[in-house]
Design a binder for this molecule. Structure first.
Ligand code: CTP
Length: 407
């Protein structure tokens, strides 16, 4: 679970578009994530990128010809269809979409698609006029109705030089769509989890803010992990440098007050709230309307307390807080469990470089309502997220303590 692509068989279909170069990067990312990637290329794709490029990355045979007597595919044309955990077509051309919609099977890729039980994810790439054509839109609707996941395309600059809809999603985004599709029937399917992330910004004047060093990485990893187990993840985020995680509902806020409004509004439909954000405890009592000019005198800014979102949030949902501490980690965290009536707190020592702000890893202690503690080893933030979600699952309303639904 903590490595959603480990040992997964991914059939990567590549059809003839200039965006084929991105498919090489996608194959690389999938292999690095532990997947076994079988690439199937259309004839057009082989004119843009050589099959050797994919073979060098995947260390596996690349299928290009139905009738190549030397290939496994010619001997058993449903072998890939049978072993696939997911089929991903990226880029999918307008012609490929039409063939899929019709159910044709005139090349190794379409033959594999029609013979599989595995989920199909299609990432279109084409000129905007081709994308907008009613035939293409009808084909996409038909595929959606059949349960096919359509990822993208994105708007932007196209190969023609024109701006419009038709860019292939970036490989990192496609990986998010793939892990989400693989996990859509996961153990948190049907659950809604609200997660906060990032450091709030409290305005001093139109150009200055009080903020903190939170990168947002922990909250974003939690949202991705929840999504990859089938949950609807709602990410209420203060400004960060991170891209929006695909298939996560992202609500952007700046201040503690805005975060409070968004979180308290969203928890009504939530099964769990996880406050990973570093919420400012104080804000300037008044934000100056104009930029404060420099003088020779010292400047004092009066601070007012912000609302404690976690303490205020009440309802029938699992409540998880974070405690970023620089001393007395366990004692301070346990105090917060009581004060904020939490089901679980995730405590980390921010003086440890591997667990501090901005790191991709975290070493945390989980403390529950009964003050039972579990120390986790140093893990990636995505792995930590799954450990937290395991605990959340066991505490969810309507479950028996092992996370199995009752009633
Ligand atoms: N939190 C919150 N609203 C605030 C401040 C904190 O919801 N105004 C949440 C954080 O998101 C975190 C938890 O409360 O999940 C603990 O945050 P932390 O800053 O460690 O605790 P504080 O209550 O602010 O206590 P202190 O700063 O004194 O350690």
């Amino acid at each position: 679970m903590t490595a959603p692509l480990a040992d997964k068989h991914v059939v990567l279909g590549v059809t003839g578009s200039i965006a084929c170069y991105k498919a090489v990067d996608l194959a690389s990312k999938l292999v690095q994530a532990g997947a076994l990637v079988d690439v199937v290329m259309s004839y057009g794709a082989t004119r843009f990128v050589a099959p050797l490029a994919f073979r060098s990355i995947t260390h596996r045979e690349v299928v290009t010809d139905t009738y190549d007597a030397g290939s496994e595919f010619a001997n058993n044309h449903v072998a890939l269809a049978r072993r696939a955990d997911i089929i991903v077509i990226a880029p999918a051309t307008v012609h490929c979409l039409a063939k899929l919609a019709l159910g044709l099977a005139d090349d190794p890729l379409t033959t594999t698609v029609i013979a599989t039980q595995a989920p199909l994810l299609v990432a279109p790439a084409m000129d905007a006029a081709m994308y907008d054509h009613p035939a293409t839109q009808e084909n996409l609707d038909k595929l959606r109705r059949r349960g096919v996941t359509i990822a993208g395309p994105a708007p932007g600059r196209l190969a023609s030089g024109l701006m419009g809809m038709g860019r292939l999603l970036e490989p990192a985004e496609l990986v998010g769509h793939i892990t989400a599709t693989l996990g859509r029937d996961g153990d948190l399917a049907g659950r809604t989890i609200v997660i906060s992330a990032g450091g709030t910004q409290e305005p001093i004047d139109p150009v200055r803010v009080i903020t903190n060093n939170s990168s947002g990485k922990m909250g974003y990893a939690l949202a991705e992990a929840a999504r990859d187990r089938g949950a609807q993840a709602v990410l209420v985020t203060a400004p960060t440098a991170l891209p929006d995680p695909p298939l996560v509902e992202v609500v952007r806020v700046q201040t503690a007050a805005q975060m409070a409004e968004a979180v308290l509004g969203a928890v009504g439909r939530a099964d769990a709230l996880i406050m990973a954000a570093a919420v400012a405890d104080y804000r300037p009592a008044t934000a100056a309307e104009q930029k404060i000019k420099k003088t020779d005198a010292a400047l004092t800014i009066e601070l007012a307390k912000t609302i404690d979102i976690l303490e205020t949030a009440r309802g029938d949902f699992v409540k998880v807080g974070f405690a970023a501490e620089s001393e007395n980690l366990a004692a301070n965290a346990a105090d917060k469990v009581r004060r904020k009536s939490l089901d679980l707190i995730v405590a980390n020592d921010i003086t440890d470089a591997a667990s501090g702000f901005g790191a991709d890893t975290n070493r945390v202690i989980l403390i529950d309502r009964e003050l039972r503690t579990e120390e986790l080893p140093l893990l990636t933030k995505y792995e930590v997220s799954h450990r937290i979600l395991d605990k959340v699952k066991a505490l969810l309303p309507g479950t028996d303590g092992d996370g199995n639904r009752v009633g």
